[in-house]
Design a protein around this ligand. Structure first.
Ligand SMILES: Cc1cc2nc3c(=O)[nH]c(=O)nc-3n(C[C@H](O)[C@H](O)[C@H](O)COP(=O)(O)O)c2cc1C
Length: 392
């Protein structure tokens, strides 16, 4: 199988088969099936919300490459008059810079530096993109879901219900099926805002925002949590507070207060994995450790510095049933071993087939060291996730 993997890696460097998950299943008897927000996926690799999901042609490239899911750029909520309390987040900024970033522990990684925030075109334009995303999702070619940032009040203020109502209902209508699948973003720039200085205020948002959204329309809701400027235990408090969501996406980028920008790299994955480690093993699905009843908690999806199959497995071993990447799609082309194809194809080629640190190699290693056993002759990616939740 290792020799086969080396051959496939070389061969697919020129062209990745779109249905590579079926190929992996037939050739290696490895089932890569994964889950995101109630959707069954052929494999765990998706694209996080950002500048790489702004239009139909980006979605089409991702569909053609065989990506499992995409989260559309975050739109800033508005009420029926067009008023946006989070308008400061709808800033226009086009220039992104991919930079090397050394972590506090001295590991070299990549980060994207960018001063923009949310969707900066009209809400109607966003609704048109949501209609396209809904069609792709229904056709089974690519799961693509919208993302929103809604009004976040201070502790002594009420929520602007009109914003929640108008935006959620408009999205539900454009989505055209029940329930609407939606991500709610608590972004890293928010961590740099005075609004997020107060722990009680953040925990109230996490408890009440899902209630506000669900009051507007039937929604399957993913909450994407930020890395707040507090300690690891507070990250756990945030997970517990947001546990009425259907899925938790953990955790968005860190915030560099000195430069006023969000960043990623190894500091991000080390922190995220360290916090998730505190939930597992023994937590089902990840939140027992913080008081959520087994079997009733939300699913967990990982994000942060994922650039190899091994990192996908690090997140999976801590309970993540799928992953969302952003930075790895933006590296200089010379960083990918593939010699042809779209960036999305090159990313998938490296993540899945790299004989040293790809997903197939990593799953075969887990089998070899006795961590993962075949079931019905197959290795299952989701067994790695289930095992994270099993008491030891
Ligand atoms: C330029 C840029 C813009 C982003 N915009 C959003 C956004 O609008 N909404 C959101 O939820 N996440 C946003 N993200 C976060 C990514 O989706 C992802 O979760 C995060 O960057 C961590 O993954 P990575 O290390 O693979 O980049 C953005 C990230 C980058 C780099």
């Amino acid at each position: 199988m290792r020799a086969q993997l080396a051959r496939d890696f070389a061969r697919f460097a020129r062209e990745l088969p779109r249905d590579f998950a079926s190929y992996v299943r037939e050739t290696y008897r490895i089932n890569l099936s994964a889950r995101y927000l109630g959707f069954d996926l052929p494999h765990p690799i998706g694209k996080g919300s950002g500048q790489l999901s702004l239009n139909e042609s980006q979605l089409e490239t991702d569909r053609a490459a065989g990506l499992a899911f995409v989260v559309l750029k975050t739109v800033i909520a508005q009420d029926e008059t067009g008023a946006q309390t989070m308008a400061a987040w709808a800033v226009h900024e086009t220039k992104m810079a991919i930079e090397r970033r050394q972590s506090a522990a001295g590991r070299n990684g990549w980060t994207v530096t960018w001063k923009g925030r949310g969707w900066d075109r009209s809400f109607d334009d966003y609704l048109a993109l949501v209609r396209t995303a809904a069609d792709l999702t229904r056709d089974g070619g690519l799961v693509a879901v919208p993302s929103v940032k809604y009004h976040l009040p201070r502790l002594d203020e009420p929520f602007r219900e009109a914003e929640y109502r108008f935006t959620t209902r408009a999205l539900a209508k454009a989505w055209g099926a029940i329930p609407l699948a939606l991500e709610k973003d608590f972004s890293p720039t928010l961590s740099g805002d005075a609004l997020a200085d107060d722990r009680a205020q953040i925990l109230r948002w996490l408890r009440e925002v899902p209630v506000q959204i669900r009051a507007a329309a039937p929604v399957r809701l993913a909450v994407k949590l930020m890395n707040a400027r507090f300690d690891d235990d507070f990250q756990l408090d945030m997970l517990a507070a947001a546990s009425s969501a259907d899925t938790l996406v953990v955790f968005n980028r860190l915030f560099d207060a000195a430069r006023g920008v969000a960043y990623g790299g190894w500091d991000l994955s080390e922190r995220n994995l360290r916090v998730l480690e505190k939930l597992t093993p023994g937590a089902s699905p990840g939140l027992v450790g913080i008081g959520v009843t087994p079997g009733s908690g939300p699913g967990i999806v990982g994000t942060g510095n994922i650039h190899s199959g091994r990192l996908i497995l690090e997140y999976a071993r801590r309970g993540c049933s799928a992953v969302q990447l952003h930075t790895f799609f933006q590296l200089p082309l010379s960083e990918y071993p593939a010699t042809a194809g779209s960036r999305t194809q090159r990313v998938l080629h490296k993540l899945v087939f790299d004989p040293a640190d790809g997903l197939v190699a990593g799953l075969l290693d887990l089998e070899a060291d006795g961590t993962l056993a075949r079931r019905g002759g197959e290795l299952h990616f989701l067994d790695v996730v289930a095992d994270a939740h099993r008491p030891r």
